[in-house]
Design a protein. Structure first.
Length: 360
């Protein structure tokens, strides 16, 4: 069996595809399973036990029409795939299946333009459906094709980060002042898109309460260079005066512990106790590394979809829909406004109490 899975898009989406990859490997242990990804996030999936090969496309290749078509054609004609699973099913990605009509299973999403290209089509993910469940449905046409006729599912998010990578980053964190006898929280204090970022003043106040109520917790601010870094440093500066007047000797926040690659971020997540902050790709990495998380969901993002509850890892969130069922007439800013400090703090307080004694 030769299987091609096409994902592209962002880091979090790709991590949510790992249960599908692991399920395919569990049922077809001798199969060639290839994974198509954006070049910049591909290193995160190196060494994944479900994968035979990672096929990467650079931004330049994806945005050059003739270069892209040529590479897609070469990909499917150099390896005659038995099954092609197109997780996106856009006009660009469905070219893999269109150029490989001899593939027995061409699996994609039901859209007006995908008729005739895919011979197995599924509805897109519903708001009340876990993304893991949706992704696993794409493997259904292959059920009954296993050697023993049985079907096994693996619903866990997974990444393959070596023990050496974890130990190296743990050593770096210790050099930067992290005390591993105390809990460590990775904090998604900001986000790339303003539309997915909880209000800065509210984040600041919640973190102020956290540092005062739980001085044993050490916080690592996670952010990207540029505007995210500026936002994170502004929040830190806002917290400093209140910390100076409190009973704790210093602010337990680390600004300069940097993960320079997605793999380093995964290694750092493995060395932390838990995650709190804005929902995004970093949280999915934390989940894949087996760490609990509490997140603030942006308006329009379904908790059921993006925070899988069908795994053993604690992943909870708060969204505007938890507070009001009358959101249709509210814009994004008004929906975010429903998520107040007094709504978030009791959840975070309970979260810290629950995981303060987690081994780390």
């Amino acid at each position: 069996m030769k299987i091609l899975v096409i994902r592209f898009r962002q880091m979090g989406d790709a991590i949510l595809a790992t249960p599908l990859l692991s399920t395919l490997r569990a049922n077809f242990p001798d199969a060639q399973i290839d994974f198509v990804l954006n070049e910049r996030i591909a290193p995160l999936f190196e060494g994944h036990p479900a994968l035979s090969r990672i096929i990467t496309f650079s931004d330049q290749e994806r945005h050059s029409f003739f270069t892209y078509i040529k590479k897609v054609w070469r990909t499917v004609h150099q390896t005659r795939y038995d099954a092609i699973i197109d997780m996106r099913s856009t006009t660009n990605t469905m070219l893999f299946a269109l150029f490989s009509l001899r593939s027995k299973w061409r699996i994609g999403i039901r859209k007006p333009y995908t008729w005739g290209v895919f011979n197995h089509r599924f509805e897109g993910c519903e708001d009340d459906e876990s993304m893991i469940s949706h992704n696993l449905r794409l493997a259904e046409p292959l059920k009954g094709k296993t050697a023993d006729g049985r079907w096994k599912e693996d619903r866990n998010l997974s990444l393959s980060i070596t023990e050496q990578e974890k130990q190296d980053f743990r050593h770096y964190m210790a050099e930067q002042g992290i005390d591993f006898s105390r809990p460590v929280m990775l904090v998604g204090v900001t986000a790339k898109l303003p539309s997915k970022t909880w209000a800065e003043d509210r984040m600041t106040e919640v973190l102020r309460r956290l540092t005062e109520a739980f001085p044993q917790w050490q916080l690592i601010f996670n952010y990207a260079p540029g505007q995210e870094e500026a936002n994170a440093r502004r929040i830190y500066s806002s917290l400093s005066p209140s910390a100076a007047t409190s009973s704790q000797p210093s602010l337990p926040i680390f600004l300069n512990i940097e993960a320079k690659t997605p793999r380093q971020l995964a290694a750092m997540a493995a060395c932390c106790t838990a995650y709190f902050g804005n929902e995004g790709g970093a949280r999915h990495i934390v989940h894949a590394m087996g760490r609990p998380s509490l997140v603030i969901c942006s308006p329009g993002a379904s908790k059921t979809t993006w925070l899988p509850q069908d795994t053993s890892i604690f992943a909870k969130g708060i969204a505007a829909s938890d507070i009001s069922s009358q959101l249709a007439d509210l814009n994004r800013e008004e929906q975010y406004a429903l998520i107040t400090v007094d709504r978030v703090w009791p959840l975070l307080e309970s979260f810290c109490q629950q995981f303060s004694n987690l081994p780390y």
